[in-house]
Design a protein around this ligand. Structure first.
Ligand SMILES: NC(=O)c1ccc[n+]([C@@H]2O[C@H](COP(=O)([O-])OP(=O)(O)OC[C@H]3O[C@@H](n4cnc5c(N)ncnc54)[C@H](OP(=O)(O)O)[C@@H]3O)[C@@H](O)[C@H]2O)c1
Length: 310
């Protein structure tokens, strides 16, 4: 059995543990410990109980996991403590799987170079579109050079824009998103486009080899969009969508008017979608972009892939 150390035991962490239990025999993996802000739990129990105080690096040294699974809250200031934990895990011979976008959005190249140097793997499907394959879709489109990527990568803003298209004003639509649990109490990083920007950063590094970090390209959100803007577009037969776009030269997140012939026109509510155009063809995928179980399933998929290809 492969030993797993989980960082974070919130909504995604708990859903991951349930799915792991369900597919334990196929995955040949077991939880050796869980670390949260509250401390380290050694072993596997449905309810978190603290056994010791430890940093993540100390927990890695103590438990010697085969795979570190990061399902902790994102820290966009410096990516810590996850960033240092990944680098240490690679040195200690562990692979890493993450649903936490922050370290990769800030230090993609450094993490990938270290993994390569140490001969380790990193799975990060859960950082973009949760369990709907975006990162892992790219892995099965080998060799063909990617020309551009384009998508709707944030469910909260897409839900708000869909409600505005139906005639609700921005604050009404936001309140409805909060009531249904689609928006956080503080939805700032969704509304201002930062969350979509973090996801685009990861995809642009992976698929277009663009060595960008979050903050290095233009991001515009929907927080200043008026109902009039959305209704004006509707009169012209269009919809306003928050589009994440990258090619060899450009990279940006911004609200754009798109017409009925655009495949992204029909992506409504909290659904997400991604189009990858490579030198051979265009491939599109659509599906849920958030939710604890689908995010946990992303980490399970990564574990399956890492196990199966060793
Ligand atoms: N929920 C989703 O739909 C979804 C989808 C895709 C990706 N994600 C990403 O997955 C991650 C987890 O999401 P979630 O919804 O499970 O969040 P959550 O319910 O808020 O849980 C976060 C967990 O991270 C732990 N944590 C925070 N800072 C930590 C630190 N410095 N060291 C160790 N543990 C720390 C927390 O510890 P305590 O328990 O001690 O507070 C908690 O257990 C986030 O990065 C999120 O962006 C979530």
């Amino acid at each position: 059995m492969r030993k797993l150390l989980l960082i974070g035991y919130g909504n995604v962490g708990k859903a991951f543990r349930n799915l792991l239990y369900k597919w334990e025999d196929d995955l040949k993996a077991e939880v050796a410990g869980v670390i949260t802000r509250r401390g380290l739990m050694i072993g596997n129990s449905p309810e978190f109980r603290k056994d010791a105080d430890a940093s993540i690096v100390e927990a890695i040294d103590k438990l010697k996991p085969d795979v570190l699974i990061d399902m902790a809250s994102a820290n966009y200031r410096d990516g810590e403590p996850s960033l240092s934990a990944y680098l240490h895990a690679f040195e200690m011979g562990a692979d890493v799987i993450t649903t936490n976008k922050a370290p990769l959005a800030i230090r993609y190249s450094e993490i990938m170079e270290k993994a390569k140097k140490e001969g380790r793997r990193i799975g990060f499907q859960g950082t973009v579109m949760s369990g709907t394959p975006s990162v892992n879709l790219y892995k099965v489109l080998p060799l063909a050079k990617v020309k551009k990527i384009r998508g709707i990568l944030n469910g909260t803003t897409n839900f708000i824009l869909t409600e505005m298209y139906k005639g609700r004003d921005f604050s009404e639509a936001l309140n409805e998103a909060k009531r249904l649990g689609y928006a956080e109490e503080d939805p700032t990083i969704d509304l201002n486009g930062f969350d979509a920007g973090a996801k685009l950063t990861i995809l642009a590094n992976l698929m277009l080899c663009r060595r960008v970090k979050i903050g290095e390209f233009p991001i515009k959100g929907i927080e200043n969009l008026k109902l009039d803007d959305v209704e004006g577009a509707k009169k012209r037969g269009s919809k306003v969508k928050l589009i994440a776009y990258a090619d060899e030269k450009e990279i940006a997140v911004r609200p754009m008017e798109i017409d009925v012939n655009d495949p992204l026109f029909s992506i409504d509510g909290v659904e997400n979608s991604l189009e990858i155009t490579n030198e051979i063809q265009r491939v599109s995928i659509r599906g849920p972009g958030a939710g604890p179980e689908t995010a946990a399933y992303a980490a399970i998929s990564d574990l399956f892939i890492i196990n199966g290809t060793k």
